[in-house]
Design a protein around this ligand. Structure first.
Ligand SMILES: C[S@@+](CC[C@H](N)C(=O)[O-])C[C@H]1O[C@@H](n2cnc3c(N)ncnc32)[C@H](O)[C@@H]1O
Length: 330
């Protein structure tokens, strides 16, 4: 009859059973109920709420996938704005659509479900994705500590997992600084800094026109036009001495080691700070890495005055990590 209030518990009460109803039964319904029950009374009663346990992906797909496939279903996912990104193992490839649809059923608040379809590659550091559900537009707006980033993960790099690293970098910045963000993407480092620090200027450089386009939009959305200048360029080909910066951010972990001499040339004659990101296998000697860094700095006739921080930013694969180095260069 559809008159049961399903989010409330049926309760025992002395010799009676209390059944929560969502409305009073109609005359017809009452006749049926009375014919089925020895005694029936209506009253007002305070019911306990029923905890409805949310199913997980494996429970939803229990009767649809073989047991070995159920065992390798993804257990975590990334979120960028209203997009959820799953990593589906190769052996589940044939079930990917079904997995995406079931995930969406469980998580209806995501508009689009993507599956990673290969590693991050190429100069623009963009990954291939398959749209499992939703789309066709994959442009979204991601919120991070009060900043908004509009982007399309199919066209630009963006990692929500760097949010605490961005916050950490802001704590180093002093009033009036000039900063060069050499590999700025859609501008997350530049914008987080511009919004929370009293800096003079940030130059956000990227070689991907889609990224600089989104960066311009994001600067507007976050109202920091007066603090950030966007440059569409290969930052390793910008002439030496173009900037006189206090700080350089180098978030291109695959290539940033080779770009150190260039970064040093962007610093003021008296020197400054570099936030350098690198990939390394777990257990790689930080002394060896520091030696590489030192020798790259020497190529620009500068000197490593202090290696202030070395920290693991995130795991990027089995036994592979992204590391952050805070360098003081003179
Ligand atoms: C790993 S992403 C980092 C983006 C951004 N900093 C962030 O945290 O989201 C690296 C960025 O560097 C850009 N890039 C790669 N080579 C470049 C170059 N030679 N000059 C300027 N940008 C470059 C890519 O397009 C990409 O947006």
């Amino acid at each position: 009859m559809g008159i049961l209030q399903k989010n409330m518990k049926i309760m025992p009460e002395k010799d009676d059973v209390m059944i929560p109803l969502s409305r009073f039964p109609s005359e017809n319904e009452m006749t049926i109920l009375k014919s089925k029950m020895e005694s029936l009374e209506f009253c007002t009663y305070e019911f306990e709420e029923r905890k409805i346990l949310k199913k997980n992906l494996s429970q939803v797909l229990e009767n649809k996938l073989p047991p070995n496939a159920l065992a390798s279903l993804p257990r975590s996912y990334d979120v960028i704005g209203d997009i959820a990104i799953l990593e589906i193992p190769n052996d589940l490839f044939e079930y990917r659509k079904m997995i995406g649809e079931s995930f969406k059923l469980l998580n209806p608040h995501y508009n689009t479900i993507l599956a990673k379809d290969g590693p991050i590659s190429d100069t623009f550091r963009v990954r291939d994705f398959i749209i499992l559900d939703g789309g066709p537009s994959t442009v979204t707006e991601h919120n991070e500590y009060g900043c908004k980033f509009r982007l399309d993960p199919l066209k630009v790099y963006f990692s929500p997992r760097l949010s605490s690293e961005r916050q950490r970098v802001t704590t180093n910045i002093k009033k009036g600084e000039i900063i060069v963000d050499m590999f700025a993407g859609v501008g997350p480092f530049s914008i987080v800094i511009a919004r929370s620090c009293d800096i003079k200027k940030i130059y956000g450089i990227d070689i991907n026109p889609c990224a600089t386009n989104f960066m311009l939009q994001n600067i507007k959305i976050n109202k920091c036009q007066h603090k950030i200048a966007v440059i569409l360029a290969d930052s390793t080909k910008i002439p030496y001495g173009s900037f006189s910066a206090d700080r350089v951010i180098m978030n291109l972990p695959e290539k940033s080691l080779d770009a150190i001499p260039q970064a040093c040339q962007f610093l003021k004659p008296e020197g400054g700070f570099i936030h350098l990101y690198l990939f390394a296998s777990e257990g790689t000697s930080t002394e060896i890495l520091s030696e590489h860094i030192r020798s790259k700095i020497k190529l620009s006739d500068r000197k490593l005055a202090a290696l202030e921080t070395i920290r693991i930013v995130k795991e990027i694969g089995p036994r592979e990590q992204q590391l952050a180095f805070d360098l003081k260069v003179v």
